[in-house]
Ligand binder design. Structure first.
Ligand SMILES: [Fe+2]
Ligand SMILES: [Fe+2]
Length: 261
């Protein structure tokens, strides 16, 4: 079973870049399913039904997200979708929309897709991703479990990978927008990468127009953030899962530069 996971897609440029390289990726890897992180899908901040549908049309099957997903929280119906999740470790309260995991069928196999958010340098209001994943794997042991760990600190990401290397099928890091070169199969059999990288503008600061971000660092003041323009990149990984063992057999980085739409 082959699965492509694409890192955070940033705004229109990110969507156009994915659209452009999609035929090439499809031909090269022939994936059985495609997952992408959608937290920055609509203008770099959150997602909308329209932008999710646009990505569905080109062949992305499921969407994970992260800390930015509630920025455009104007469409409650978005959370009725059966292809979108937010971090599972948000507090368990009725007013938190959406769900943190999906049960899907890929090649007739049951696959659990889980989204978690890190705590280090992020929100202190979320529950421990370690405890939440511990409970989750306890209920679904021996099944295919894919985790998007949306976190800032590589230490927290590596620690979660090693803590669950025998219990999950793969862990895809997201959120930093910078692809790491540490993809591997952990001793316990889980495929792992600290960060899959970003699909979006290449000459911005993690996708955002550079001038205002540099001004922010010079002054300490906040300015309007707009996604940058082309050239762009598409980043992610492709993994091959052994359905018999539920482990990852192979993991390979994907990185494509896209000069124009
Ligand atoms: Fe992001
Ligand atoms: Fe994020």
């Amino acid at each position: 079973m082959k699965i492509i996971f694409l890192g955070d897609i940033v705004g229109k440029v990110g969507r156009q870049a994915v659209l452009k390289v999609w035929p090439k990726l499809k031909k090269k890897y022939a994936p059985d399913a495609v997952i992408a992180n959608a937290e920055n899908l609509a203008h770099g901040d959150g997602a909308t039904i329209k932008t999710l549908d646009e990505m569905r049309e080109i062949g992305i099957d499921y969407f994970t997200s992260g800390n930015h997903i509630f920025k455009k929280n104007k469409e409650p119906e978005m959370w009725q979708r059966d292809d979108l999740i937010r971090p599972l470790n948000y507090p368990v309260r009725d007013e938190v929309p959406g769900k943190g995991f999906l049960k899907v069928k890929i090649l007739g196999e049951r696959v659990w897709l889980v989204n978690l958010q890190g705590l280090v340098y992020m929100s202190e209001y979320l529950r421990s991703p370690f405890e939440v994943l511990d409970d989750f794997v306890g209920e679904h042991s021996g099944e295919i479990i894919l985790v998007d760990f949306h976190a800032e600190a590589t230490s927290e990401k590596v620690a979660l990978g090693l803590a669950f290397e025998e219990k999950v099928t793969a862990i895809f890091g997201t959120h930093t927008h910078i692809q790491t070169a540490d993809e591997r199969i952990l001793t316990g059999g889980a495929g792992y990468i600290s960060d899959t990288g970003m699909c979006g503008p290449r000459n911005g600061v993690i996708g955002i127009e550079k001038d205002e971000i540099i001004r922010h660092f010079h002054t300490g003041l906040k300015f309007k953030n707009e996604p940058a323009d082309f050239p762009a990149q598409v980043a992610g990984v492709v993994i091959e899962i052994d359905p018999a063992t539920k482990k990852t057999r192979k993991i390979k980085r994907i990185f494509e530069v896209v000069k124009n739409p």
